[in-house]
Ligand binder design. Sequence first.
Ligand code: NDP
Length: 458
Amino acid sequence: MAEFDYDLFTIGAGSGGVRASRMAAAFGARVAVAEDKRLGGTCVNVGCIPKKLLVYASHYGTDFADAEAYGWNLGPRSFDWARLIANKDREIARLNGVYRGILEKNGVEILDGTARVLDPNTVEIGGRRVTARYLLVATGGLPYVPERPGSELAITSNEIFALPARPERILIVGGGYIAVEFAGILHGMGSHVTQIYRGELFLRGFDRDVRSVLAEEMRKQDVDLRFGVDLAKIEKRAAGVAATLDDGSVVEVDQVLAATGRRPNTQGLGLESAGVKRNAAGAVLVDAYSCSSVPSIYAVGDVTDRINLTPVAIHEGAAVATTLFGGRPVKPDHTDVPSAVFSHPNVGSVGLTEDEAREKYGDVVLFRTRFRPLRHTLTGSGETTMMKLIVDKASDRVVGLHMVGPDAGEIVQGFAVAVKCKATKAQFDATIGIHPTAAEELVTMRDPLPPVAPAGSE
Ligand code: NDP
């Protein structure tokens, strides 16, 4: 008789949990995964995928306007939120089925329900105790809403995907990925968007030029962006709500979206009974192999609050499966992770920001360009694209690459290979551009900015 019911018991069937489970099963392990919501986790159900579908929807707003400059005559147009949400829901249900199929095909047992850890090798689910040689905590994160009078009137990114109607007027609180993405989505669909951020400039952690250029572009589109101000309270009104800000101003809207960050989903999991150490925010503390303070318990993805991105969770999950069952210890690599913000226009980044590069390398050479995309020469749109390269002077390596503009995510994904391979500026220069594209600018920037130019100066 086997010592344990399973070799691996995964809690949470999101990006990281599913990848680890199916790979472990493919290595021959007996695996079960518990999920108390829909398969696929945040990314599939209330994150990346439905968000990107809404981003596509929102872009038609400007695309229709641009089309006229290109000779198209368009009739009356209107936007049907309910139809979009129904179509989106159908696609998400299909993906839930795809995830089920992937797990079943690999022989992973799926247990619907909430699992609770009882000890380093035992979980309880649906009144049943099961044991496993290893437990993997992959429970993700949950939206965090700061306590304010009336904060229960705000919705989060969990609810926005299921709203019965598009809010005509929305206040978005926060200055991170989710806040700027939904500002672009709803503005593009015709809503009046006010976005507030408590700091001096949103997207903290991104390169300063990226942050200021995106703010400028969003303001050009008439998004009401307000920095240095926070939410004080929300009160119900006959129609919608009134949000009072801490500068005393009042914004009347149909909805308030709190996009004020996410917290690791560890409450009620029973991790303390097994002795798993967590940080103050609840994140499971792990070593370089994603092992917690308890040798039989691993954790991957947002619940560990390292880099909270789907492909990173997948990478961590694969590393755990290979370490435990693939006969080879693998540490996930968290360096030079590219990311995109699907704001309008998009942001794409890989490597260090200018400040980080100065801190790490001291002497850096900067290349920056800002131009009107060819597409807008006919449309009259004032939108501009910004690209920036940060080069370590001593080695000539491109250590940071940043872009604000259409398709930034697509473009930076390709250039991320070069940055990961430690390409030099000379190698960028030796690469022939594809003409006419926006991306060719990244291999044709020849004139560095003056050495001591402060960030943000043109
Ligand atoms: P972020 O951590 O990116 O942003 C949270 C924002 O809320 C920050 O601007 C933060 O301000 C602000 N905030 C936090 N606490 C408070 C508070 N008490 N009062 C007022 N403002 C507050 O979180 P998101 O929820 O936007 O996204 C969560 C994570 O999900 C991201 O960090 C990212 O890793 C991932 N994600 C990735 C996407 C992508 O790849 N395109 C898309 C969406 C999410 P401050 O900066 O001052 O702390």
